[in-house]
Write a protein that binds this ligand. Structure first.
Ligand code: ZN
Length: 696
């Protein structure tokens, strides 16, 4: 994926990060303050803080900035930072300013400065002004309002000029609603539709009427889409977005937010080409959430225009009660696809002595560069192991950093499938990716635009990709004929890009999958079907078996059922949305998923580990070498004598395997190995949390 902005190179340095959170302007109006707050703020603004942070190994600080209260009030906050910002700069610590760009308007001070701004805010279908979550003092601005966007650009310019920061961290990035009915949204939505459907015939084909679009309104989302299942296919998602206008609105909003991201980053780069635009992306875009509807966010539109993405809400690595190894590595893969790091927040308040090593190890292994927010600016000293991890990356970044994954598979995240449904394909995707992670199958996440570069991969994984255009399916069939392998599950390719089934008539249930039809194969009713097609291979998997059942008692092992992990997410305006923020357990047919992968790869996976399922591997390479990362999610249970078998790059011979570890308990050493059938086999003497093996 090529970058659309020139991301400054310093972002790849790897950081421990802190944030200044106390503020009078945010604390007092909300009652989130104490009598001592002004004194606390003064302490945190003391330029001496720079020495303390430098001693702690902190290299990146988010300082308080505009909170959406208007320039007069906001200037007070960020100008107070100036002496500290200068002291930090002298110590080589990166300073980024916290800014509310599009998230909220703090009504009383903002409107006092800009009386016209009462009309810059969003409107519901009944004309009300939605508020930010439950906070009645904050309204949600509309990013289709040109006056508001002009204010935001000018505010950013002032901040960049006055403070000369290393970048802007934008919090609350998204719409905080499902729809806006202000005049600007209605006008811009109609313009978007006219551009796409300029003539009566194209409108008739899409909407069932050829009339002008001047009375089209955004959808109210009460309830979702039609609020029922497909009348033609019986696809089991109770909230399919089938109406064309709702589909178009969802895409329009996402595209618009991408455009806004590009514009705002441009403002920053014009002020300082070496400054970053750092976006707090809701949930980091977890695949189990329909973020396109929830917040107007889709990676293909936002990531190419951002320099750093924050997944603040995706909590620290853990092992779920059902045995699933959880973390932020899926989100790191999305960011890696766009060649930028993901910034994680392992915990804001947890004492650093209670942090686990895996919190940082995950970022070194899976992220383009490790960046973790470890709390508030006045933090206790980091434990020795945390300094060791930071120093380890600092010492080795030029060797192991900036590496791409040696991927067995590409997993497709398709816009329509994940934006026009709420649970069914999301569950399948999360479960399949979890199986790949715990089966140690290396993979990349790809998006629709990447379908023309499939030849970079040995296998394409289509996890219940319901919605696919005919041209997309044809490209995949061509890839198979060229020798590629495809795994497709459940209802993959059952609907076209408009969510229409390929066949069927009124009130007659019929399901056909274009991928199977074009390959002249039957879809299995259960289990899996593996077929060689010319040089290529295809596997159809009838079902990804959910490891949960709403009525079942919580399971204790991987293959038993747990209660449904579906939760209801809500934000400022509109009904709750069902979402899956992670899976508690592996799919019931986890072994079958791995069997499908092994068939597709002709049993030539990149890596095999003989050890417990809480060991996770990643294989990366750059022009400096080939790296095997091995992580133990249960660092309180170190393991020894783990057998690793790693596929050598075609034609390569290796001379040494060197073990490096940020764990001071694990000594660096050269390992013995044997090569067999294009694989190197070796024994890991011991693994506490994180080892890297460098193959040369
Ligand atoms: Zn609007």
């Amino acid at each position: 994926m090529t970058r659309e902005v020139a991301t400054p190179q310093w972002v790849y340095d790897g950081f421990l990060m802190l944030q200044a959170a106390e503020s009078v302007q945010f604390g007092y109006p909300n009652g989130f303050a104490t009598v001592e707050t002004p004194k606390n703020i003064q302490e945190r603004l003391d330029p001496q803080m720079a020495n303390r942070l430098s001693d702690q190994g902190v290299g990146f600080v988010i300082l308080g900035g505009p909170i959406g209260a208007g320039m007069k009030e906001d200037l007070k906050i960020f100008l107070a930072n100036k002496p500290l910002a200068q002291a930090l700069k002298a110590k080589g610590i990166r300073r980024v300013l916290y800014v509310n760009t599009i998230g909220m308007i703090f009504s009383a001070p903002f409107f006092a400065e800009h009386p016209d701004a009462v009309n810059w805010v969003q409107r519901t279908s009944t004309g009300e002004r939605p508020i930010y979550y439950t906070n009645w003092q904050y309204f949600i601005p509309c990013l289709n309002n040109d006056h508001f966007m002009a204010y935001t650009r000018s505010m950013l310019k002032t901040v960049m000029k006055e403070m000369e920061p290393d970048g802007i961290f934008t919090d609350n990035y998204g719409y905080y609603s499902y729809s806006c009915f202000c005049d600007h949204c209605q006008t811009k939505f109609r313009e978007y539709l006219y551009k796409k459907y300029p003539d009566p015939q194209s409108r008739e084909d899409r909407f069932g009427f050829s009339s002008p679009l001047d009375y089209v309104t955004p959808p109210p989302f009460r309830p979702w889409g039609l609020g029922n299942t497909s009348p033609h296919t019986g696809i089991p998602d109770t909230n399919l977005v089938l109406e064309p206008l709702t589909q178009e609105w969802i895409r329009f909003r996402c595209q618009r937010l991408g455009q806004v991201t590009s514009e705002l980053n441009q403002v920053i780069k014009e002020c300082n080409p070496n400054a970053i635009f750092f976006v707090n992306y809701v949930y980091g875009g977890a695949p189990g959430i329909n973020c396109a509807v929830f917040h107007g966010l889709w990676p293909e539109f936002v990531y190419p225009h951002s320099d750093l993405i924050s997944a603040e809400v995706a909590g620290p690595p853990s092992i779920a009660p059902g045995g699933a190894v959880q973390g932020r590595n899926l989100l790191m893969k999305v960011a890696k696809h766009y060649h930028i790091p993901l910034s994680t927040c392992s915990s804001f308040g947890l004492p650093l002595k209670d942090y686990k090593r895996i919190y940082l190890a995950e970022g070194i292994a899976f992220n383009t560069a490790p960046i973790d927010l470890i709390g508030e600016i006045k933090r206790e000293n980091p434990p020795q192991w945390m300094r060791d991890y930071r120093n380890f990356y600092e010492k080795n970044k030029n060797r192991i950093g900036h590496a791409s994954t040696v991927a067995d598979c590409a997993v497709l995240h398709n816009f329509e499938t994940l934006s026009f449904t709420y649970t069914y394909p999301q569950e399948s995707l999360v479960l399949c990716e979890q199986s790949l992670i715990q089966g140690n199958i290396t993979f990349d996440i790809i998006f629709d635009r990447d379908i023309d570069r499939l030849d970079n991969y040995r296998c394409l994984f289509l996890a219940n990709v319901l919605s696919m255009s005919e041209s997309l399916v044809k490209k995949i069939v061509d890839y198979i004929h060229r020798g590629g392998a495809v795994i497709a599950t459940e209802d993959t390719s059952a609907l076209n890009e408009r969510m229409l089934p390929w066949k069927g008539e009124w009130l007659k249930l019929q399901k056909s999958r274009l991928l199977a039809d074009l390959l002249k194969l039957d879809w299995p009713k259960e289990g899996l079907v593996c077929r060689q097609i010319g040089q290529g291979r295809v596997v159809f998997l009838a079902e990804i078996k959910r490891p949960w059942n709403r009525d079942a008692a919580r399971g204790e092992a991987d293959q038993t059922q747990t209660p449904s992990p579906l939760v209801q997410g809500s934000h400022s305006c509109g009904p709750d949305m069902p979402m899956l923020t992670g899976t508690p357990a592996l799919a019931m047919n986890h072994r079958e998923i791995l069997e499908a992968v092994d068939y597709s790869l002709q049993n030539r996976r990149t890596i095999r580990i003989e050890g417990p399922e809480n060991l996770v591997a990643e294989v990366t390479r750059n022009d400096k070498g080939y790296f095997v990362h091995l992580l133990n999610w249960r660092e309180d249970q170190p393991v020894t004598e783990v057998k690793v078998s790693v596929r050598l790059p075609d034609g390569d011979r290796i001379e040494t395997i060197e073990l490096l570890s940020p764990d001071r308990e694990t000594a660096s050493q050269i390992l013995n190995f044997v090569t067999k059938n294009g694989y190197a086999e070796f024994l890991v003497p011991n693994l506490l949390c994180y080892n890297i093996f460098i193959l040369k």
